[in-house]
Design a protein around this ligand. Structure first.
Ligand code: SAH
Length: 339
């Protein structure tokens, strides 16, 4: 077990279970996340005997960064996990701060037809500490604070729900990484029961839904998850989510030439989302060598955008990052796993 996987509440329980005091949890949290210690021996306000016990129960080891690829506003980090698996995280420099796109699983089972990252099936969920360390280690490498987090790397976060929620609590905690909930976005392909659970958490995180099609027929073809959780049910749970949280939902919509980018599709999409307080983020598709989908032309993207606008939908076109270093959305597949 690794110390970076514990929420502050779990740490309190741990200290109590040792017959010690709960307040040590705050101290330890602040050593880990404010002072950024690299070994327990740096801690000065917890007794040595207690530290010896902690160090036997929880390792404080970090992941290995095995490579960094840099482009103008973006860096891709390849991490090696303790079992030899690899995952990637991407740092993006925006004018409003540094944001990281973190991975939540090794591989992914959702099988979206257009996604390069998901060509490798899920090997396992990431542990909480493996998500936390992606941020901690990139901050150290960079020497700058990360202000925004998007869980949009490899994996389906709601297929790793418990570890995800612990991760969110740790990075959001004022004594943890103190990243504001409104600066943290979780993106899902639409796992309805988990969206419902998420909406009951009572927290202010942003939710993004990978929609990519305005009707069941098309969505079934490109996103197999839609056969399990069809669009009408998805829209219902999102309405519930909005009523519970008052948080505006983001829809991600990749534009795939000749597949989902017609004017009719744009109209259908407008109708589908117009009763929900949401905005639509249009994503120019990142083509990959292994899949046959093509990016819509700029003219088509603009037409699609205009139709949504005219129909009163808030819509933006996603700024692109990382195309040159295979760090763009859906392209995260380490070259080490070239299958
Ligand atoms: N499983 C989660 C999060 C990971 S995917 C989800 O489905 O939301 C992050 C986003 O990148 C999703 O919207 C996904 O559909 C999109 N994506 C996948 N492949 C892409 C590609 N080649 N070009 C652009 N976006 C892509």
């Amino acid at each position: 077990m690794n110390i970076y996987g514990l929420t502050i509440e779990e740490m309190e329980e741990y200290f109590l279970s040792l017959g010690s005091k709960a307040f040590h949890a705050k101290q330890l949290f602040s050593w880990l996340y404010e002072s950024r210690i690299e070994g327990y021996e740096e801690i000065t306000n917890i007794k040595k005997e207690l530290l010896d016990v902690i160090s036997k129960d929880y390792s404080i080891d970090r992941l290995k960064i095995v490579s960094v690829e840099k482009d103008v506003d973006v860096c891709k980090y390849l991490f090696e996990l303790f079992d030899g698996e690899h995952i990637e995280a991407v740092l993006m420099k925006h004018d409003y701060g540094n944001s990281i796109c973190v991975s939540s699983q090794v591989g992914c089972n959702m099988g979206c037809k257009f996604c390069e990252s998901g060509r490798r099936k899920k090997v396992r969920n990431l542990e909480t500490y493996e998500m936390v360390l992606q941020i901690l280690m990139i901050e150290k490498e960079l020497g700058e604070r990360i202000s925004h987090v998007v869980v949009m790397g490899i994996g389906e976060p709601f297929d790793n729900y418990d570890n995800l929620v612990k991760f969110l609590k740790i990075i959001n905690h004022p004594k943890g990484l103190a990243i504001g909930a409104r600066h943290i976005t979780v993106s899902t392909c639409g796992i309805i029961p988990k969206i419902r659970e998420f909406s009951n958490l009572g927290l202010q995180f942003n939710l993004a839904i990978s929609l990519h099609a305005p009707n069941n027929e098309l969505r079934n073809q490109i996103m197999p998850i839609n056969k399990v959780y069809p669009l009408n049910d998805l829209m219902k749970v999102l309405m519930e989510y909005y009523n519970n949280t008052n948080r505006r939902i983001t829809f991600e919509y990749i534009l795939l030439a000749g597949i989902n980018d017609s004017e009719e599709n744009a109209l259908e999409l407008s109708k589908l989302v117009k009763n929900l307080n949401c905005y639509v983020n249009l994503i120019p598709y990142n083509e990959t060598n292994n899949l046959n989908f093509k990016r819509s032309s700029t003219i088509q993207i603009m037409k699609f955008y205009d139709i949504l606008k005219k129909n009163g939908i808030s819509v933006t076109i996603r700024k692109e990052f990382g195309g040159n270093i295979s760090a763009a959305c859906g392209q995260l597949r380490s070259k080490k796993e070239d299958v």
